[in-house]
Design a binder for this molecule. Sequence first.
Ligand SMILES: C[S@@+](CC[C@H](N)C(=O)[O-])C[C@H]1O[C@@H](n2cnc3c(N)ncnc32)[C@H](O)[C@@H]1O
Length: 338
Amino acid sequence: MPALDQALRAALAHRQPLLNELYAQGTDCYRLFHGSQEGAGGLTIDRYGPQLLVQSFHQSLERDQLLQLAEQCQASLGDELLLVYNDRSRGNSRVDRSDPVYQAAPEALEDLIGHEWGLNYRVRGRHAGQDPLLFLDLRNARGWVKAHSTDKSVLNLFAYTCGVGLSAAAGGAREVVNLDFAEGNLAVGRENGALNPELPAMQFVQSDYFPAIRQLAGLPINARRGQKLPHYPRLAQRQFDLVLLDPPAWAKSAFGTVDLLRDYQSLLKPAILATADDGVLICCNNLAKVALSDWREQVLRCAEKLGRPVRDCQVLAPAADFPSLDGQPPLKTLILQF
Ligand SMILES: C[S@@+](CC[C@H](N)C(=O)[O-])C[C@H]1O[C@@H](n2cnc3c(N)ncnc32)[C@H](O)[C@@H]1O
């Protein structure tokens, strides 16, 4: 217990300069404690606007520990926050225990609003999915997109709740297309759009990645032998000025398998072809066991083989609220200029 509160104290002190920057840029969603790198593996503490979200992945927290951690965070921030504890250590259950401390106050579970780069985002302590509605380690990528979208057509692949699309719209994109196969995630994307009424409307395409990107890229869609493909929306071949490719680590559908370890190429190749000749592709790989140098080489080789060599390749690291002891954060992001 003392070890945990010392670790949290150090983490909070370490974030002070970052927190000053974040407040100045209109951000109140960030990670306060990144346990795997800061002394308590399997524990994370995030602030999402008015909410303090504690998540445990390996073992449950005791009541006193939870209350003390929450108290320490609030005292350091000088803000009262609504505590939600999601214990994901037992089969990702998130089931409330009988002790009222595990049952968040009703206000904490209401639809709330958090802010990032001056934009409003829907925050929900618990919802149908496992993960929070905004992935905080992608903040710098959203900031980059916001700063580089003026007059661009933008394609946001594996859009989830459309944070990248929203950032592009805020950055002055002339067109934003968000693509994801989960209607529930796109619905939150629509809410995010509605929470920022001054922005131009975004488009939402509910489709599996593979048929959608292959149509955009002008590639054939092949059914496995003897199998009929499910319905998919028809899209015309075209390219975008700015494309964001941030897939999950692994997912299987009737159209193909997303597998960031064994086959990044089949995701990347059509995404490159759907990027304009002088456009930008931002691609991500969040699998910790993939080394940045190996993956970067694979990505550049794939572009070269397609006859689309990369003019400039920039690595974008997550901010200081996602420290990494070995300088190898799980989320790797490359900005490829063609
Ligand atoms: C890790 S999230 C991506 C994070 C997102 N890029 C962001 O900015 O927060 C994974 C998303 O991929 C979607 N997804 C997974 N497999 C898919 C597929 N085959 N086609 C389309 N979407 C898929 C899921 O619905 C989910 O929204």
